[in-house]
Ligand binder design. Structure first.
Ligand SMILES: Nc1ncnc2c1ncn2[C@@H]1O[C@H](COP(=O)(O)OP(=O)(O)OP(=O)(O)O)[C@@H](O)[C@H]1O
Length: 654
């Protein structure tokens, strides 16, 4: 399909090179702009399908400024960059581009990036439409079922959170002259946890006198929706006194105000506050405008007539706890990058859409996959995990799809594959980047046809399985290198969720450390006396290449080597984690021995896997040699972090 491309690049040679590559591939270059201003004009005039934007541009405005504009009008863009600094790249990433092309470009990379960007953009639009419809249906449900404003605003808050992220939401009816202003809302205290905050608390927090609301009629602005960002103060509209104080108290950086006019002439304002700079954009206002009919219906019910909140209304705890069963119970952390990923999980979970979880090793991809399953309508069905890196290549097909008796040597009986086991539930394909290209073709067929073929069989079986895949590889690079199929990538990458590495969410280190410390103290039956400041400080300074799994291991060691009478301290140098022989010699308690055993067990299993040439199942497979069930061996391997690479390099021919 020919695509209309706008190139925004001030170096003529680069721009012309791109133009030739694109033309040869059958695309139409609708213009070459050399500044942000020219690009805006050309985008408006030619309506390109995609814009290739150089990050550094001639003129006052950079490519990133232009990208923000393109994003607000839903135009797909890919960055072109040379040697940009980390800071610039971080800033560029915030605009959520559909791709990055680093100069000098290879022709193949340009075309693959373009293809992927267009596909993602199209899917984004479809997903957004579906989500919006879903949201409208849920809002309609609230307006029918909700009985009082306190409960109603909580439901509304939860529903809107994925779409208009906020740390504090306040709703308030604009008072008539001389009337009191009633405001109340919810402050977010966890992933899906909120605490109510009423008029009294709001005044107390803001350090205001109770009469403040009487004396200041103009607390709730009248008129249009309005965005305030701390880094781009609006010249005409400054936040009023109450807002300024709330900003200070809650460390708020952005605020969005959305008014809803009621039939009786009253005006109710919804105030969204975020601790993130520039959290709100005109896209949020556009969404609220599209939802306005539904919001008005709910607001009519909540803020007029009998359900209206009065000055003396007290917050009555809900009969259902405020912390709902969120599906994220075992996910620790409140960093905004993690919360953003969890919001995506919540959005996609109800659909059958395939999800691709991206992130470095140990960032929690498996946990996220479990949450998707738990939050979906399939949660009564099975959740089957497959680690594509630990299954010997020769057995991948039968592991996934099953085999008939006698299909190959060692197939002594018919065996069901993981896909069939996952029927009615979810299959989690971890390390999908490790699948051979042959297997990728077979997986594609399951995705497209929803049916499987047993190895050695003739009958095709229908399966109803949702696929969640994960990888720590850069699949786009793998595609360009010919290792991963573009069509499979398209199918899997319908809804990508990227998990941040621990070094980018260090504020979660204390909470995670406490969680693991408590867990291991319980497990080893030791008393928990806290974590030493020095240990926390070192953990903050460290880069965490192994992410949360590595943090978990560090805490396990600290607990094992702790006497149960003092604070946990680091028992290793984080930059050199190999335990010295002298340290091992000091392991004298039962737990110390257990720890040493674990290390030994890992080594032993790896040696057996080498002996079985990587085979887990069947005659002379590692499970048989160890005299344990293959599934037990697989879970041991996962627990001990044994990957195919650990025994592959030695056996050579696997
Ligand atoms: N947010 C979290 N809160 C608590 N524990 C977590 C969190 N994220 C991950 N963990 C724990 O960290 C360890 C690693 O997580 P997980 O196995 O899900 O990572 P992964 O990204 O799938 O790793 P790999 O790429 O190596 O398969 C697990 O023990 C998991 O329970």
């Amino acid at each position: 399909m020919s695509t209309k491309v706008l190139i925004v690049e001030d170096e003529f040679v680069v721009a012309n090179g791109l133009r030739l590559v694109l033309k040869q591939a059958g695309h139409t270059v609708c213009g070459i702009a050399t500044s942000a201003e020219e690009a805006e004009y050309a985008a408006e005039k030619y309506k390109p399908d995609i814009v290739l934007v150089d990050i550094r541009l001639n003129g006052k405005r950079s490519g990133i400024d232009l990208a923000r504009k393109l994003k607000a009008t839903d135009v797909a863009f890919v960055y072109l960059s040379a040697n940009s600094s980390q800071k610039v790249l971080e800033e560029a990433k915030e605009t959520q581009p559909y791709g990055f092309l680093v100069k000098p470009f290879r022709e193949k990379d340009v075309l693959v990036a373009l293809d992927i960007a267009l596909y993602r953009h199209q899917h984004n639009i479809e997903t957004k439409l579906r989500q919006e419809q879903f949201l409208k249906n849920q809002l309609a449900d609230i307006s029918v079922e909700v009985k009082d404003a306190v409960q109603g605003v909580l439901k509304l808050t939860r529903l809107l959170q994925p779409h208009i992220p906020n740390d504090l939401i306040v709703s308030g009816r604009r008072p008539a002259p001389g009337e009191i202003c009633t405001g109340f809302g919810y402050i977010r205290t966890g992933t899906d946890e909120y605490e109510p905050i009423g008029n009294d608390e709001l005044t107390k927090i803001a350090g205001l006198t109770p009469n403040f609301f009487f004396e200041n009629e103009n607390l709730s602005p009248e008129g249009d929706a309005f965005i305030y960002n701390s880094d781009s103060p609006h010249k005409n509209k400054q936040p009023n006194e109450l807002h300024r104080r709330l900003f200070d108290h809650f460390k708020i950086e952005s605020n969005l105000i959305f008014p809803v006019a009621l039939n009786n002439g009253n005006l109710v304002n919804y105030f969204f506050y975020s601790r993130r700079r520039g959290a709100y954009t005109i896209e949020h206002i556009a969404l609220l405008n599209r939802l306005k009919i539904h919001l008005k219906e709910i607001t009519e019910r909540l803020f007029s007539g009998r359900t209206m909140l009065h000055q003396n209304d007290q917050y009555q705890p809900e009969t259902e706890p405020v912390t709902a069963n969120s599906g994220f119970e075992n996910i620790i952390g409140t960093h905004r990058l993690l919360l953003a990923a969890l919001e995506l999980v919540r959005q996609v979970a109800p659909y059958n859409t395939s999800v691709l979880i991206l992130g470095e090793s140990g960032t929690g991809k498996e946990r996220i996959a479990e949450s998707i399953h738990l939050l979906s309508g399939r949660n009564k069905g099975p959740f089957i995990k497959v680690n594509c890196a630990t299954i010997p290549l020769s057995l991948v097909e039968s592991e996934l799809f099953g085999h008939e008796k006698g299909a190959f040597t060692g197939a002594t009986e018919k065996r069901m594959g993981k896909f069939e086991r996952a029927d009615g539930g979810t299959i989690f394909l971890d390390e999908i980047g490790e699948l051979s290209t042959d297997m990728q073709v077979k997986l594609l067929r399951v995705l497209q046809e929803k049916e499987i073929d047993y190895v050695g069989g003739t009958v095709t079986k229908k399966v109803d399985v949702r696929i969640v895949a994960a990888t720590n590889r850069n699949l786009e690079k793998e595609i360009a290198a010919g290792n991963f199929r573009l069509d499979l990538y398209y199918r899997l990458n319908i809804f990508p969720i990227t998990l941040p590495p621990l070094r980018e969410r260090k504020s979660d280190i204390p909470a995670l450390s406490l969680y693991f410390a408590n867990k291991f103290c319980r497990e080893f039956n030791k008393e928990f006396k806290g974590i030493a400041e020095s240990m926390l400080a070192e953990m903050f300074a460290y880069n965490w290449p192994g992410n949360i799994r590595e943090l978990e291991n560090v805490l396990e060691r600290a607990v094992i080597l702790n006497d149960g009478k003092s604070e946990l301290t680091l028992k290793q140098n984080l930059n050199d984690k190999v335990i010295e022989a002298t340290q091992l010699a000091r392991l004298t308690t039962y737990e110390d021995v257990k720890f040493a055993q674990q290390e030994a067990e890992r080594e032993y299993i790896i040696s057996i896997l080498k002996k079985s040439e990587g085979r887990i199942r069947g005659t002379n497979g590692a499970a048989e040699l160890l005299d344990i069930k293959p599934t037990t061996l697989e879970s041991k391997m996962a627990r001990l972090g044994i990957k195919r690479d650990d025994y592959l390099s030695q056996t050579g021919h696997l």
